[in-house]
Unconditional design. Structure first.
Length: 452
């Protein structure tokens, strides 16, 4: 059955113009530059969603001028061998409910396109019917808004569309799977059309230009994970686990969402983030002091380890495999509730790590007022691995054992302390920190595994 996207109702010109330029809550379409990429427009805030214990954020949009349907995605560029999962938020910033059509454009001369599309309803994903035919549009309703369609290159064709309803001021979340061939790259366009005159447009990118394991390479010029072919000078040579650049760290005074600037290298395979928190309030509300999510450049990290010492010292370790390469961006930690005494956050990048099973088993130890000196854990590891630890304390200074490489060791304004270090792997690896006071401390360690 031929599909026709009908736009039926015509609005008064003044009302339409008002809708087309309205943004909710007075938020600006602020432009920022990240890692030399073209401008990324932050736009109105979209609440994240949780999928299989991972928090999905929506940091990417573009020029929003003239748009009242705001489309955002979880990434700007999707790297994989032959297809990617794309999370999309679609916000109706007008004051009218819209029956919307979402249209996906891909290059007409490439074998790429939309494989599937789901919508999140009542916490569950429901499949949407995908129409493959050209969509017919009532230009009388959309009017000037359709001028932005002219930015879609002529050789792009519609390769899938679907319909759904967006209440006024609400956001709809979608999950799509796009397909593309190995050794290809390009952009794709997502267009939203409302039956009451609203419009939105976004163009993310994808790349699978030659995959070596988890390394994306194109003709000697790195667009994803490497420069040069694997094993060649200037390429991502496997020399075992290697730290890339210097670790980033800072203290934060009772900040619910601290941002830590960090820069990745061109060949990074693992980003590790250590978080040390002190909070005197958690004893009255056990378990309430939590890290709700961590992101780097908008991409979600996964929690690996947790350890605590009563109410006053907590450690979280998060990681991300294959973080965005050669990127200067923020590690953002979302805390709930705001820690009473603040937090210390650190990040460090590695290459040559296992991208399937990057970490071993976590181990922790804690002390309360009558601590052993030093505070010690013994991690089960092996030759070729690297043991990573994070320590947190209240009103306590500490010093890492001389056999460990210190990544950071900081004291915040409210006498919260936090540190991290590494040590070469062996069958059993002892990580140890000397303490100069007796209060609350917790130490957590985990082995990092090398690429097979």
């Amino acid at each position: 059955m031929k599909y026709k996207l009908q736009i039926l109702l015509i609005l008064v010109a003044g009302v339409l113009a008002g809708l087309l330029y309205y943004l909710p809550n007075g938020e600006d379409q602020t432009a920022v530059s990240i890692a030399g990429l073209k401008e990324i427009y932050i736009g109105p805030k979209v609440e994240p969603i949780v999928v299989e214990n991972s928090t999905i954020e929506f940091p990417y949009t573009d020029d929003l001028e003239g748009e009242t349907i705001i489309i955002k995605t979880d990434k700007k560029t999707y790297y994989d061998e032959s297809g990617s999962e794309v999370y999309i938020s679609v916000t109706n910033s007008s004051h009218i409910q819209e029956n919307a059509g979402l249209i996906f454009y891909f290059s007409g001369d490439k074998d790429d396109g939309l494989d599937s599309l789901e919508i999140l309803k009542n916490g569950k994903w429901e499949k949407l019917e995908i129409f493959r035919e050209e969509a017919e549009v009532n230009v009388d309703v959309l009017g000037k808004a359709l001028e932005k369609r002219n930015t879609i290159p002529e050789h792009f064709k519609i390769k899938g569309s679907a319909e759904f309803t967006i209440p006024e001021g609400e956001t709809v979340y979608l999950r799509s799977n796009i397909a593309y061939k190995p050794n290809t790259e390009g952009e794709f366009w997502i267009e939203a059309l409302g039956n009451k005159g609203s419009y939105g447009l976004l163009d993310p990118f994808y790349s699978s230009v030659q995959i070596f394991g988890n390394v994306v390479i194109k003709g000697g010029v790195g667009i994803g994970r490497s420069v040069g072919a694997a094993g060649e000078e200037g390429g991502c040579v496997d020399n075992g686990i290697e730290q890339v650049g210097t670790a980033s760290s800072d203290t934060f005074d009772a900040d619910p969402s601290p941002d830590l600037p960090h820069t990745t290298g061109e060949c990074d395979t693992l980003l590790m983030v250590g978080i040390s928190i002190t909070d005197d309030g958690a004893a009255q509300n056990p378990g309430t002091q939590t890290v709700s999510s961590v992101t780097f450049n908008g991409d979600s990290l996964t929690q690996a380890c947790f350890g605590d010492s009563d109410d006053d010292a907590n450690v979280y370790i998060y990681y991300r495999v294959n973080p965005d390469p050669s990127t200067s961006a923020n590690v953002t930690v979302n805390l709930s509730p705001t820690p009473a005494k603040g937090a210390i956050v650190g990040a460090v990048s590695y290459r040559g790590t296992d991208t399937v099973t990057p970490l071993g088993s976590c181990i922790s130890a804690s002390d309360i007022f009558n601590p052993a000196d030093p505070l010690t854990v013994t991690a089960t590891s092996s030759v070729g691995e690297l043991v990573f630890d994070v320590i947190s304390g209240e009103d306590t200074a500490f010093t890492a054992n001389g056999s460990q490489t210190v990544l950071w060791d900081l004291t915040g304004p409210n006498v919260e302390t936090g540190g991290a270090s590494t040590k070469t792997g062996a069958a059993n690896v002892t990580m140890s920190w000397d303490l100069d006071a007796t209060n609350h401390e917790v130490l957590v360690a985990v082995p990092i595994k090398p690429a097979p």
